[in-house]
Each structure stands twice: as structure tokens, then as C-alpha cells.
Design a protein around this ligand. Structure first.
Ligand code: PLP
Length: 448
């Protein structure tokens, strides 16, 4: 018997509250399922608690600017919902989601060229839950998931929780590189590694801000179809493009080979927690069962609130006003980077969404720089959080969705100063970067 067990037994024998309660000692440390070892809080979380102070300009958070919503109107809508349809709104619902909302979701997806019926849609608790359910129904420990490198930190956390092995596929400023995708698939197949799906965020990617171009979209579809690999297309930012019409979704051109994940978190508000999965019927059926086992049914209340918003409010206008707001902030970010950053630093130029991906000069490590940046009252997310293999140290994600344009400029000014100092230190003492840590860093929802 281990000393730890002995301690627990003693406490129970005396019928007392365990001495470990509220402390950092975990009496059940040897009882967790193996998959729980993949669930680790990021070591940078504590730092972000400081970064949320008002004097710090946070270029870290991925939070939509909900202040721009007409909150009075949302308040009225929610109150009306309770008085007029409260007995339905406050009741359990179906595992697949409210039928009328599913129809409305199909109308939203039509903007990206998707033709689908309400019956093909499963409403989920944000698209994050759709990711969880998809992973749950497809992944056995050790199965391979392909994902862009870098990729969305929340998805990497989910894959890690289900003990998937994430293999990153190279991407550049035009999105995932098809040749790299084909080579990676070939190498894995030759090695006998079971690839379960490709997880991709083709439009205004989180964290890189880049978009898969049209020619590559077709190539990615072809490569995956030939190899029999399912594509999970995660598209929360697709309607937040700053120029022209929305890109055509991958799902629009291959209904059987793509599961599409959508969300109202960025086009309306994340607090409703309404997202969805659009899937071929066999997968949809499994998703519904997995959904029911996870939460019985999604909140009917928030589904009806979103449905009511779509039915009674000019939601296209709302998206347009979000786009204008984020475009102005993107411009402020890019202009400030151009004006203030040392010339050795490079960055992507997003045409939509929330994020810029910056690359530091050789020898600089973004995670090592973060404490100094926070001391200088600016925060970002270090690049390592977006890879599952410990790479990304020379990168950082800068988000422009939340701070006002002049705060963005001030944040970039502070950050430039920190990077310049780091470069000087590097020139004097050589590289200061520490050892790479393999694993998935999950910095928390407000930073996702
Ligand atoms: C790429 C991506 N996918 C999924 C999500 C999850 O969003 P939600 O669960 O709020 O729909 C996010 C949130 O930031 C995201 O950036």
C-alpha cells in the first residue's frame, strides 16, 4: 500500500474530513483514468490572472466584443421568451436540438454555399462540445488526428483528453499545404498508424489568422477523399470576413466527406453556448446518442433565445457591424506592428476573424518573454500552446478582437519594447530559450 493511500485510509477511519481537502495534495491521484493525465492546466494560467488587470493590454484573449451587441434588445427578447414560451423554454428538449433553430442554422450556412436540411444538423453546447462529441465517437487511445500546425488550443486539449496522437500538417499564409498533407498521410499509412480524421479551420484560422485559398480547398478535399479520411471543418469565424462574400465551405463541395462545425459564439454571443455539427446521417446519429449521454439535451432556453434573435432581429446587419468593428481593430493591429515592431519580426495579415500570428527572430522564445511582457503591461499567448509537439516557441498569437484600437496600438508599442530588449539580451548573452515541453497547454476559455 502506498503512503498516499495510507493517509486517505487513516482519515476515513477517523471519520473526519480528509486533511487533504482544499489543499494541493490529491488523495485520489492514483485513481484517475489514464486519459485524465492528458488534462493539464497551462503553466501560464497564473500569469494570465495578472494579465486580466485593467492596466494590462491583453492581446491574448479570444473573447468576442459582446459590448457591441444591443443588450437592451437581447434583454427584452429573453424576457419575452420566458413570459410567452416559458413552459417550452424551461423544459427538457431533444438530443438533436430545436427543429426550428436547426432550420435557421441551415439558412445561416447557405451563406457559405452549404445546402443541407434541418435533419442533418445536431445543435451542441458551442462548437467546442461538437468537437468533444466527434472525438468521443471516433478516437481510441493512440489514434491519429491530423491538424494544422499551429491549431486551435481548445481542440488540441480535447484530442489530448481522449488520448489521440495529433500529427501537425504544415501550413503557410495560404492555409494548409496540400503537398505536406499528402506526404503526412502517406508516411502515416506506410507506418500503419490509423488516421481518424483531419481537423482543420480553413477560414480565418485560430491562431494563425490565415485562410485556405480556393485552389487548395479542392486539393485538400481530393487528397482526403482519395485516402478515405474524414474532414472536420471547424468554422466559427467564416462569416467574419472583412472583404467580399464569405468563402465557400469545404462541406459545400463534399457533403459525405466533411463534418462541418458552426457556432453563434462569434456572430452573436458565446454566452448562449449554441453551436452545431452538420454531419452525414450515420455520424449524426452517433452524435445525437453521444450528446444525450453527455447532457441529455442542450438548453432549450438558449436555443430558443438564439432562434428568436434570428427570427426577429436583423442578424445579417449585426454580423456586418461586428465585421466593421473587427476590421478597424485588425487595421490598428497591422498598422501598429508595421510602425513599431523591429524589422526582424514578421506576422500574418488576416482577412477576417480575430488573430494575427507573429514570428519572432531566431533565438527568442515567446513563453520566456511572457512574464517580462506582463510586467510591461501587455499580454499575448505564446506559440507553444498551439502545437501538441512542443514546437512554436518563436511564435505568438496576438488577438485584436477585444481591445479598442488605441489600446491595441499601446499594447503593440509595449510589446515591441519588450522584444527589442530581448533581442539585445540575445545579442549579449546568446539565446535564452528554455527546453521545449511536449504536451498540450490549455490556457483557459477566455484565451481560447
Ligand atoms: C477554432 C475554434 N473552434 C471552436 C471554438 C469553440 O467555440 P464555441 O464553443 O464557443 O462555439 C473556438 C473558440 O474560440 C475556436 O476558435
Amino acid at each position: 500500500m502506498t503512503p498516499r493511500r495510507w493517509a486517505v485510509t487513516q482519515e476515513r477511519d477517523h471519520g473526519q474530513t480528509p486533511a487533504t481537502q482544499g489543499s494541493r495534495i490529491d488523495a485520489y491521484v492514483d485513481r484517475y483514468a489514464a486519459r485524465a493525465t492528458g488534462m493539464v492546466a497551462s503553466e501560464i494560467r497564473a500569469l494570465f490572472a495578472v494579465a486580466s488587470r485593467p492596466e494590462v493590454v491583453s492581446l491574448a484573449g479570444g473573447m468576442p466584443y459582446v459590448t457591441a451587441l444591443p443588450l437592451d434588445m437581447v434583454g427584452e427578447l429573453v424576457s419575452d421568451l420566458v413570459t410567452t414560451r416559458g413552459t417550452v423554454a424551461l423544459q427538457y428538449g431533444s438530443g438533436q436540438g430545436d427543429p426550428h433553430l436547426r432550420e435557421q442554422i441551415c439558412e445561416v450556412m447557405r451563406l457559405e454555399g452549404i445546402e443541407a436540411g434541418a435533419n442533418d444538423v445536431v445543435v451542441t453546447v458551442g462548437s467546442q462540445q461538437a468537437l468533444d462529441l466527434i472525438t468521443r465517437i471516433f478516437i481510441d487511445p493512440g489514434d491519429v488526428v491530423l491538424a494544422e500546425g499551429p491549431s486551435y488550443v481548445g481542440a488540441l486539449g480535447t484530442f489530448s483528453a481522449y488520448q489521440a496522437k495529433v500529427v501537425h500538417v504544415a501550413m503557410d499564409d495560404q492555409g494548409i499545404v496540400p503537398e505536406s498533407l499528402a506526404q503526412t498521410i502517406y508516411a502515416l499509412e506506410t507506418a500503419g498508424a490509423p488516421i481518424k480524421f483531419l481537423y482543420t479551420i480553413p477560414t480565418f484560422q485560430n491562431p494563425a489568422g490565415v485562410t485556405l485559398n480556393l485552389a487548395r480547398r479542392q486539393q485538400v478535399l481530393d487528397i482526403c477523399q482519395r485516402a478515405g479520411i474524414l474532414i472536420i471543418e471547424d468554422n466559427p469565424y467564416g462569416l467574419l470576413g472583412f472583404d467580399g462574400e464569405p468563402m465557400r465551405a469545404l462541406r459545400a463541395d463534399n457533403p459525405d466527406g466533411v463534418v462541418y462545425l458552426g457556432s453563434f459564439s462569434k456572430t452573436l454571443a458565446p454566452g448562449f453556448r449554441v453551436g452545431w455539427a452538420l454531419a452525414p446521417h450515420a455520424i449524426r446519429d452517433k452524435l445525437i446518442l453521444a450528446m444525450e449521454s453527455a447532457v441529455l439535451s442542450h438548453s432549450v432556453f438558449t436555443q430558443l433565445a438564439v432562434g428568436q434573435f434570428l427570427a426577429t432581429q436583423p442578424w445579417r446587419e449585426q454580423i456586418k457591424s461586428f465585421k466593421e468593428l473587427y476590421r478597424e481593430r485588425r487595421d490598428s493591429m497591422i498598422d501598429s506592428l508595421e510602425a513599431l515592431m523591429p524589422p526582424e519580426v514578421t506576422w500574418t495579415r488576416p482577412a477576417g476573424g480575430f488573430f494575427v500570428w507573429a514570428t519572432l527572430p531566431e533565438g527568442l522564445d515567446s513563453k520566456a518573454i511572457l512574464p517580462r511582457a506582463v510586467a510591461e503591461r501587455v499580454a499575448f499567448v505564446p506559440g507553444t500552446g498551439f502545437f501538441s509537439d512542443g514546437s512554436g516557441a518563436r511564435h505568438m498569437r496576438l488577438s485584436y478582437c477585444y481591445p479598442e484600437p488605441d489600446r491595441i496600438r499601446e499594447g503593440v508599442r509595449r510589446l515591441s519594447g519588450v522584444i527589442e530588449q530581448e533581442m539585445q539580451l540575445r545579442d549579449m548573452f546568446g539565446t535564452g530559450s528554455g527546453p521545449e515541453r511536449i504536451g498540450v497547454d490549455t490556457p483557459g476559455p477566455e484565451l481560447a
